[in-house]
Ligand binder design. Structure first.
Ligand SMILES: Nc1ncnc2c1ncn2[C@@H]1O[C@H](COP(=O)(O)OP(=O)(O)OP(=O)(O)O)[C@@H](O)[C@H]1O
Length: 261
Protein backbone atom coordinates (compact mmCIF):
# COMPACT_ATOMS: atom_id res chain seq x y z
CA UNK A 1 0.00 0.00 0.00
CA UNK A 2 1.07 3.60 -0.62
CA UNK A 3 1.94 4.26 3.03
CA UNK A 4 4.36 1.32 3.23
CA UNK A 5 6.33 2.23 0.09
CA UNK A 6 10.06 2.69 0.58
CA UNK A 7 11.81 5.86 -0.54
CA UNK A 8 14.62 6.29 -3.05
CA UNK A 9 17.91 8.17 -2.98
CA UNK A 10 17.92 11.53 -4.71
CA UNK A 11 21.01 13.43 -5.80
CA UNK A 12 21.08 16.91 -7.31
CA UNK A 13 24.39 17.87 -8.93
CA UNK A 14 25.17 21.47 -9.84
CA UNK A 15 21.59 22.41 -10.69
CA UNK A 16 21.08 25.77 -12.31
CA UNK A 17 18.12 27.30 -14.11
CA UNK A 18 17.09 30.66 -15.53
CA UNK A 19 14.52 31.87 -18.05
CA UNK A 20 17.37 32.91 -20.38
CA UNK A 21 21.18 32.81 -20.53
CA UNK A 22 21.52 36.26 -18.96
CA UNK A 23 19.15 35.61 -16.06
CA UNK A 24 19.81 32.80 -13.57
CA UNK A 25 17.34 32.09 -10.79
CA UNK A 26 19.14 29.17 -9.16
CA UNK A 27 22.81 28.27 -9.42
CA UNK A 28 25.13 25.40 -8.46
CA UNK A 29 22.68 23.58 -6.20
CA UNK A 30 24.06 20.22 -5.09
CA UNK A 31 22.83 17.89 -2.35
CA UNK A 32 22.15 14.24 -1.70
CA UNK A 33 19.33 12.50 0.15
CA UNK A 34 19.27 8.94 1.44
CA UNK A 35 16.18 6.79 0.99
CA UNK A 36 13.62 7.86 3.59
CA UNK A 37 15.17 11.27 4.29
CA UNK A 38 12.81 14.19 4.82
CA UNK A 39 14.26 17.43 3.49
CA UNK A 40 12.83 20.81 4.52
CA UNK A 41 13.85 23.66 2.21
CA UNK A 42 13.47 27.08 3.77
CA UNK A 43 14.42 30.56 2.68
CA UNK A 44 13.02 34.04 2.08
CA UNK A 45 10.39 34.81 -0.57
CA UNK A 46 11.92 34.74 -4.02
CA UNK A 47 15.00 32.74 -2.93
CA UNK A 48 14.39 30.12 -5.64
CA UNK A 49 12.79 27.30 -3.63
CA UNK A 50 9.93 26.62 -6.05
CA UNK A 51 12.27 26.89 -9.04
CA UNK A 52 14.52 24.27 -7.46
CA UNK A 53 11.57 21.95 -6.77
CA UNK A 54 10.50 22.26 -10.42
CA UNK A 55 13.93 21.04 -11.53
CA UNK A 56 13.75 18.14 -9.07
CA UNK A 57 10.44 16.76 -10.36
CA UNK A 58 11.19 17.40 -14.06
CA UNK A 59 8.81 20.37 -14.29
CA UNK A 60 11.80 22.34 -15.63
CA UNK A 61 14.85 21.09 -17.47
CA UNK A 62 17.85 22.53 -15.60
CA UNK A 63 20.18 24.63 -17.75
CA UNK A 64 23.10 23.06 -15.85
CA UNK A 65 23.47 19.92 -13.78
CA UNK A 66 21.45 16.74 -13.32
CA UNK A 67 19.02 15.11 -10.91
CA UNK A 68 19.39 11.41 -10.14
CA UNK A 69 16.90 9.09 -8.47
CA UNK A 70 18.72 5.93 -7.46
CA UNK A 71 21.40 6.65 -10.08
CA UNK A 72 18.93 7.29 -12.93
CA UNK A 73 18.99 10.76 -14.49
CA UNK A 74 15.34 11.83 -14.33
CA UNK A 75 15.69 14.13 -17.32
CA UNK A 76 16.69 11.14 -19.44
CA UNK A 77 13.56 9.19 -18.45
CA UNK A 78 10.07 9.44 -19.99
CA UNK A 79 7.63 11.62 -18.01
CA UNK A 80 5.48 8.59 -17.14
CA UNK A 81 8.45 6.78 -15.56
CA UNK A 82 9.31 9.85 -13.53
CA UNK A 83 5.68 10.13 -12.38
CA UNK A 84 5.89 6.53 -11.13
CA UNK A 85 8.81 7.59 -8.96
CA UNK A 86 7.97 11.14 -7.89
CA UNK A 87 4.63 12.48 -6.64
CA UNK A 88 4.14 16.24 -6.52
CA UNK A 89 1.87 18.53 -4.48
CA UNK A 90 2.01 22.09 -5.78
CA UNK A 91 0.90 25.40 -4.33
CA UNK A 92 -1.46 26.24 -7.15
CA UNK A 93 -4.90 24.75 -6.68
CA UNK A 94 -7.05 23.96 -9.69
CA UNK A 95 -9.88 26.48 -9.07
CA UNK A 96 -12.68 24.97 -11.09
CA UNK A 97 -12.25 21.26 -11.19
CA UNK A 98 -15.53 19.48 -12.04
CA UNK A 99 -14.42 16.20 -10.45
CA UNK A 100 -15.27 14.45 -7.22
CA UNK A 101 -12.65 14.01 -4.52
CA UNK A 102 -12.45 10.32 -5.35
CA UNK A 103 -11.88 11.10 -9.07
CA UNK A 104 -9.07 13.52 -8.16
CA UNK A 105 -7.35 10.92 -5.97
CA UNK A 106 -7.76 8.27 -8.68
CA UNK A 107 -5.90 10.61 -11.07
CA UNK A 108 -2.82 9.74 -9.03
CA UNK A 109 -3.04 6.32 -10.69
CA UNK A 110 -2.65 7.70 -14.25
CA UNK A 111 1.11 6.95 -14.50
CA UNK A 112 0.32 3.28 -13.81
CA UNK A 113 -2.53 2.94 -16.31
CA UNK A 114 -1.97 0.59 -19.22
CA UNK A 115 -3.22 1.87 -22.61
CA UNK A 116 -6.87 2.89 -22.57
CA UNK A 117 -7.85 0.42 -19.85
CA UNK A 118 -10.14 1.75 -17.12
CA UNK A 119 -9.30 1.82 -13.42
CA UNK A 120 -8.41 -1.57 -12.00
CA UNK A 121 -9.39 -2.92 -8.58
CA UNK A 122 -5.82 -2.21 -7.46
CA UNK A 123 -6.19 1.44 -8.56
CA UNK A 124 -9.41 1.79 -6.56
CA UNK A 125 -7.84 0.13 -3.52
CA UNK A 126 -4.87 2.51 -3.62
CA UNK A 127 -7.19 5.52 -3.94
CA UNK A 128 -9.41 4.30 -1.06
CA UNK A 129 -6.37 3.67 1.08
CA UNK A 130 -5.00 7.16 0.43
CA UNK A 131 -8.41 8.70 1.21
CA UNK A 132 -8.49 6.79 4.50
CA UNK A 133 -4.96 7.81 5.33
CA UNK A 134 -5.89 11.49 5.03
CA UNK A 135 -9.27 11.02 6.77
CA UNK A 136 -11.12 12.05 3.65
CA UNK A 137 -13.57 9.17 3.13
CA UNK A 138 -16.54 11.33 4.20
CA UNK A 139 -15.70 13.79 1.39
CA UNK A 140 -15.09 11.24 -1.36
CA UNK A 141 -18.28 12.10 -3.32
CA UNK A 142 -17.97 15.88 -2.92
CA UNK A 143 -17.01 18.03 -5.91
CA UNK A 144 -13.38 19.07 -5.46
CA UNK A 145 -14.08 22.75 -6.22
CA UNK A 146 -16.55 22.97 -3.29
CA UNK A 147 -13.90 22.05 -0.70
CA UNK A 148 -12.09 24.46 1.61
CA UNK A 149 -8.43 25.29 0.89
CA UNK A 150 -7.28 22.91 3.63
CA UNK A 151 -9.49 20.07 2.42
CA UNK A 152 -8.23 20.56 -1.15
CA UNK A 153 -4.66 20.41 0.08
CA UNK A 154 -5.28 17.11 1.85
CA UNK A 155 -6.95 15.68 -1.28
CA UNK A 156 -3.90 16.62 -3.38
CA UNK A 157 -1.64 14.90 -0.85
CA UNK A 158 -3.90 11.82 -1.02
CA UNK A 159 -3.61 11.92 -4.83
CA UNK A 160 0.20 11.99 -4.56
CA UNK A 161 0.13 9.02 -2.16
CA UNK A 162 -2.19 7.03 -4.44
CA UNK A 163 0.47 7.49 -7.12
CA UNK A 164 2.72 5.16 -5.05
CA UNK A 165 5.85 7.23 -5.59
CA UNK A 166 9.17 6.65 -3.86
CA UNK A 167 9.67 10.39 -3.51
CA UNK A 168 7.07 13.02 -2.71
CA UNK A 169 7.76 16.71 -3.37
CA UNK A 170 5.53 19.33 -1.77
CA UNK A 171 5.58 23.10 -2.23
CA UNK A 172 4.43 24.70 1.02
CA UNK A 173 2.08 21.83 1.93
CA UNK A 174 0.84 23.45 5.13
CA UNK A 175 -0.07 26.77 3.51
CA UNK A 176 -3.84 26.52 3.67
CA UNK A 177 -4.05 24.44 6.80
CA UNK A 178 -5.11 25.36 10.32
CA UNK A 179 -2.69 24.46 13.10
CA UNK A 180 -4.26 21.08 13.81
CA UNK A 181 -4.17 20.05 10.14
CA UNK A 182 -0.61 21.41 9.79
CA UNK A 183 0.50 19.15 12.61
CA UNK A 184 -1.45 16.21 11.19
CA UNK A 185 0.15 16.62 7.75
CA UNK A 186 3.65 16.93 9.20
CA UNK A 187 2.93 13.86 11.35
CA UNK A 188 1.67 11.92 8.36
CA UNK A 189 4.66 12.88 6.19
CA UNK A 190 7.00 11.92 9.02
CA UNK A 191 5.34 8.52 9.39
CA UNK A 192 6.00 7.57 5.74
CA UNK A 193 9.08 5.65 4.69
CA UNK A 194 9.18 7.65 1.47
CA UNK A 195 11.79 10.27 0.69
CA UNK A 196 10.03 13.62 1.22
CA UNK A 197 11.10 17.07 0.01
CA UNK A 198 9.05 20.05 1.15
CA UNK A 199 9.40 23.82 1.15
CA UNK A 200 8.12 25.23 4.40
CA UNK A 201 7.90 28.76 5.77
CA UNK A 202 7.37 27.72 9.40
CA UNK A 203 10.88 27.01 10.73
CA UNK A 204 9.65 25.28 13.87
CA UNK A 205 7.41 22.98 11.86
CA UNK A 206 10.33 22.36 9.47
CA UNK A 207 12.66 21.52 12.38
CA UNK A 208 10.12 19.02 13.76
CA UNK A 209 9.59 17.41 10.37
CA UNK A 210 13.02 17.30 8.76
CA UNK A 211 15.89 14.83 8.94
CA UNK A 212 17.81 17.14 6.57
CA UNK A 213 17.41 20.85 6.01
CA UNK A 214 18.49 23.30 3.33
CA UNK A 215 18.61 27.07 3.35
CA UNK A 216 18.06 28.85 0.04
CA UNK A 217 19.22 32.41 -0.39
CA UNK A 218 19.47 34.41 -3.63
CA UNK A 219 19.25 31.28 -5.79
CA UNK A 220 21.97 29.41 -3.91
CA UNK A 221 21.75 26.62 -1.35
CA UNK A 222 23.69 28.33 1.42
CA UNK A 223 23.46 25.43 3.89
CA UNK A 224 22.51 21.77 3.72
CA UNK A 225 22.81 19.00 6.29
CA UNK A 226 21.14 17.48 9.36
CA UNK A 227 18.34 19.84 10.44
CA UNK A 228 19.90 20.55 13.85
CA UNK A 229 23.14 21.78 12.27
CA UNK A 230 21.42 23.91 9.61
CA UNK A 231 18.77 25.50 11.81
CA UNK A 232 20.95 27.60 14.07
CA UNK A 233 20.36 31.13 15.34
CA UNK A 234 23.23 32.54 13.28
CA UNK A 235 22.33 30.83 10.02
CA UNK A 236 18.64 31.66 10.30
CA UNK A 237 19.21 35.29 11.22
CA UNK A 238 21.74 35.66 8.37
CA UNK A 239 19.31 34.15 5.89
CA UNK A 240 16.15 36.00 6.90
CA UNK A 241 17.63 39.23 8.29
CA UNK A 242 15.75 38.91 11.58
CA UNK A 243 16.75 38.33 15.18
CA UNK A 244 16.47 34.63 16.02
CA UNK A 245 16.49 33.15 19.50
CA UNK A 246 16.42 29.45 20.32
CA UNK A 247 14.45 28.49 23.40
CA UNK A 248 16.76 25.92 25.04
CA UNK A 249 13.95 23.92 26.61
CA UNK A 250 12.33 23.02 23.24
CA UNK A 251 14.07 21.16 20.39
CA UNK A 252 12.51 23.25 17.64
CA UNK A 253 11.59 26.36 19.64
CA UNK A 254 12.87 29.33 17.65
CA UNK A 255 11.44 32.79 18.20
CA UNK A 256 11.79 35.55 15.61
CA UNK A 257 11.76 39.32 15.79
CA UNK A 258 12.80 42.17 13.55
CA UNK A 259 16.48 42.95 13.89
CA UNK A 260 17.28 46.52 15.01
CA UNK A 261 18.16 48.59 11.94
N1 LIG B 1 9.86 31.88 -15.42
C1 LIG B 1 10.37 32.90 -14.71
N2 LIG B 1 10.87 33.98 -15.34
C2 LIG B 1 11.40 35.01 -14.65
N3 LIG B 1 11.45 35.07 -13.30
C3 LIG B 1 10.95 34.02 -12.62
C4 LIG B 1 10.39 32.88 -13.27
N4 LIG B 1 9.99 31.99 -12.31
C5 LIG B 1 10.28 32.56 -11.12
N5 LIG B 1 10.86 33.78 -11.30
C6 LIG B 1 11.36 34.67 -10.25
O1 LIG B 1 12.42 33.98 -9.62
C7 LIG B 1 12.47 34.26 -8.22
C8 LIG B 1 12.42 32.98 -7.44
O2 LIG B 1 11.11 32.43 -7.55
P1 LIG B 1 10.66 31.16 -6.73
O3 LIG B 1 9.19 30.99 -6.95
O4 LIG B 1 11.54 30.02 -7.09
O5 LIG B 1 10.98 31.61 -5.24
P2 LIG B 1 10.51 31.01 -3.85
O6 LIG B 1 11.72 30.92 -3.00
O7 LIG B 1 9.73 29.75 -4.06
O8 LIG B 1 9.55 32.15 -3.31
P3 LIG B 1 8.25 32.12 -2.34
O9 LIG B 1 8.75 31.79 -0.96
O10 LIG B 1 7.76 33.53 -2.43
O11 LIG B 1 7.27 31.12 -2.89
C9 LIG B 1 11.30 35.19 -7.96
O12 LIG B 1 11.79 36.52 -7.95
C10 LIG B 1 10.38 34.97 -9.14
O13 LIG B 1 9.62 36.12 -9.46
Amino acid sequence: MSCDAIGSRLTARDIGWGPNAAHTLIEKVSFSLDAGDRLAIVGPNGAGKTTLLRCLYRGLVPTTGSVYVDDEDIHALPARKVAQKIGVVLQEMPADFPFTVKDVVLMGRIPWRVGLAGWTDADRQQADHALEHLNLQHLSSRTFSTLSGGEKQRVLIARALAQQPQIIILDEPTNHLDIRHQLEIVDLLSSLKLTVIATLHDINLAADFATKAALMQDGRMSAFGPARTVFTEDRLSGTFGVKVRKRPEVTSGFTFSLAAS
